[in-house]
Ligand binder design. Structure first.
Ligand code: 3DU
Length: 250
């Protein structure tokens, strides 16, 4: 089953569009692992995927992440996404993508700014040969993102296009399995949805802790919400994850 089918199946099964960003921090590795597992177990039926970032990989090491978090997510039939934000030359990107995929991750996040040739070509090769997914950063959720992602760039035909519009077109051309567009910019989500058509999944981080509104993001065209601190820092993560189910329940 492809990454796209896996996440859709989990979303339908659990009635939610929430991807948990499991970014807990703790200088004590065994406590970090225990707490991360507890959060994942408590929300397992309330999410449709798990996104891991450097907080876990750097603190625990890749093999511990594989044997604990990736395995646990697999046991719960939840796909895993490695938020590597790849943005290097081809051989380095390719090495990272193959390593993360062979660790068990179902998808990886990369930056299209690296370009195709000797940039992300190796990442897509690694993904396509393993039926894994590549999700491309198209508009970050932080306030500073606007300065670059909303810039207008002149095209060869003399027309101007915003950077995020160019990146959306690239995601379609390269057959990415999704794009990341911050939930803090519903108007950008609508524009990306308009350009990409109905089938390209839009993943929106920046919900809650960064100020993004889940309902506004979904109404603008987001497919999945990425939520971290508002769930794992809550005294009751399951209750918090339940709240993010509501926007799709109507
Ligand atoms: O703000 P939260 O705690 O809900 O975490 C959001 C996650 O999504 C976090 O892992 C961050 O690295 C990731 N992310 C963004 O927040 C914004 C982006 O534009 C891309 C990824």
């Amino acid at each position: 089953m492809s990454f796209g089918e896996k996440i859709l199946r989990a979303a339908d099964r659990n009635g939610t569009r929430t991807v948990l960003a499991l970014d807990l921090e703790d200088p004590d590795a065994s406590r970090l692992l225990k707490r991360s597992r507890e959060v994942l177990e408590s929300v397992r039926g309330l999410i449709c995927g798990v996104k891991v970032n450097r907080q876990l990989v750097m603190a625990l090491g890749l093999s511990a992440v594989k044997d604990s978090i990736v395995k646990l997510a697999n046991d719960f039939s939840l796909p895993t996404i490695m938020d590597a934000k790849l943005n290097d030359v081809g051989h380095t990107n390719g090495f990272m993508a193959r390593t993360y995929f062979d660790t068990g991750f179902d998808a990886i996040i990369a930056s299209p700014i690296a370009g195709w040739e000797n940039g992300l070509d190796t990442v897509f090769e690694a993904a396509n040969s393993r039926k894994k997914g590549v999700i491309l950063l198209t508009y970050m959720s932080n306030p500073g993102a606007e300065a670059f992602y909303s810039l207008t760039a002149n095209q060869p035909d003399g027309h101007g296009k915003k950077v995020f519009e160019i990146l959306t077109d690239l995601a379609v051309e390269w057959k990415a399995q999704g794009v990341i567009v911050g939930a803090t910019q519903p108007r950008v989500i609508s524009r990306v949805r308009q350009l990409a058509g109905p089938n390209l999944p839009i993943y929106s981080p920046g919900i809650g802790a960064q100020g993004g509104d889940p309902k506004a993001a979904l109404e603008a065209g987001s497919t999945y919400l990425i939520v971290g601190r508002s769930i794992y820092n809550s005294p009751d993560p399951a209750k918090a994850a339940m709240e993010y189910k509501r926007p799709i329940a109507g």
